[in-house]
Design a protein around this ligand. Structure first.
Ligand code: PMP
Length: 403
């Protein structure tokens, strides 16, 4: 062969096991569904609802207006203004300048660019798998996983020890895969530890709008610190995963914003012009957007209750009721036969569930810890299916496993 090995930044990327799982689920669903029952899917993190009509209409209008030329690098002025307005409305944040905002291809490009600023990072485990499989290797980051406690609370000593000598801490709130919403106090403490250790915080706020039980999202843009960058996306809030639009907000740090802008320009020259126009409408039409988000949230809240009710009384299964995002991360440790180790243990619950027509993602996809857990995403599973899954859970886990 002419050449076998190429640059480490691409060679070291691994295909997410979640993609492999999705392919496997598709295959196994065909067999399972021959029995006349549906495979109930909890493995995907993608919303099954449509993008609200007023945003779709705005994109059509933008095309009619001829917004098909190169965009301004870093983002169109109108979208940046819309973002600045949103930050003030939602978080009471003032003083953000257009130059502090960089429009990106989804949260994903914002995170890739943010990781590329640095070489050594840390973040909680469990962690969204793409961080481990893609961003860290692509940006050649040495990434240390800091385990959350069993109840998903924070061990601050571990954070302190991890960030010493590191460039950044990745903090995702609300969190994928646990659905945990960190409190203001927890966030303040982590940011404070980072600041004392000359460490940046990459704040991933993709699920900002999905917080339940009357809670309000706390954005790290509120902290107004030069060592914090906040990454947002339209993907979840407006069910716009295929549009690929998001943004990064920096505070008081011209250098950071400039590097992100240059990086974005180098990769793509800028985000699709007519998509930016529609994204600006999504934020500026406050009434339509609040209505759309309210409906979506109400639907997720129904699903959250249905899934939690289906899990909470299962013998030997521990589940915390998540207050955010659209994931649940129960612990099945007590029902996995003792003595099982390695790959078999990692996939034991995943296999058991899929054999019974329930597709999930096993915990090892989210890092080195919490490998007896599985992630269940209710982003695309209607309540009736969740209730059917609950009935299946009861049949699968009738009593605490003895072994
Ligand atoms: N952060 C987290 C934690 C996510 O789960 C996702 C999507 N699954 C994203 C960011 C980015 O999504 P997108 O690139 O579609 O904006």
């Amino acid at each position: 062969m002419f050449r076998e090995r190429f640059h480490e930044s691409l060679e070291s990327i691994r295909m997410s096991p979640i993609v492999t799982i999705s392919e496997e689920v598709r295959r196994r669903a065909v067999d399972f569904e021959k029995s006349g029952n549906v495979m109930i899917r909890f493995q995907r993190g993608e919303i099954d609802l449509r993008t609200p009509e007023f945003i779709v209409d705005a994109a059509k209008k933008a095309l009619d207006l001829g917004l098909t030329k190169y965009p301004s690098s870093g983002g169109e002025a109108s979208l940046k203004q819309a973002i600045i307005g949103k930050l003030e409305r939602d978080f009471g944040v003032t003083g953000v300048a257009p130059a502090d905002v960089v429009v990106t291809y989804g949260g994903q490009q914002g995170l890739v660019l943010a990781f590329k600023l640095f070489s050594r990072g840390a973040g909680f485990s469990p962690v969204w798998s793409t961080v481990l499989e893609n961003y860290a290797p692509y940006a050649q980051i040495d990434f240390e996983q800091v385990p959350l406690n069993e109840d998903f609370s924070i061990d601050y000593d571990k954070v302190e020890a991890a960030v010493r000598g590191r460039d950044f801490f990745y903090l995702n709130n609300p969190q994928n895969p646990t659905g945990k919403v960190f409190t203001r106090e927890e966030l303040e403490t982590v940011v404070d530890i980072c600041t004392r250790n000359n460490c940046f915080v990459i704040s991933d706020e993709a699920y900002e709008k999905f917080v339940f039980d009357g809670l309000k999202h706390v954005s790290l843009t509120e902290f107004d610190q030069e060592n914090v960058l906040s990454v947002f996306t339209f993907s979840k809030t407006f069910s716009m995963t295929g549009w690929r639009v998001g943004y990064v907000v920096t505070r008081r740090n011209e250098k950071l914003a400039k590097l992100l802008r240059l990086g974005g320009y180098t990769q793509t020259a800028g985000v699709t012009s007519f998509v930016q126009y529609a994204a600006a409408r999504a934020l500026d039409d406050v009434e339509a957007s609040e209505r759309a988000i309210k409906d979506m949230k109400a639907e997720f809240d129904r699903r959250r209750h249905a899934l939690y009710n289906g899990l909470k009384d299962l013998p030997g299964v521990q589940v915390a009721k998540p207050q955010g995002a659209f994931y649940m991360f129960p612990n099945f440790g007590e029902v996995i036969p003792k003595g099982l180790q390695g790959e078999v243990r990692k996939k034991y619950i995943y296999e058991l569930l899929i054999e019974n027509g329930i597709a999930c993602v096993y915990g090892a996809c989210f890092g080195n810890y919490f490998t007896d857990h599985v992630r269940l995403s209710y982003s695309a599973t209607p309540v009736e299916e969740i209730e059917e899954a609950a009935a299946r859970f009861k049949r699968i886990f009738p009593t605490r496993a003895a072994a």
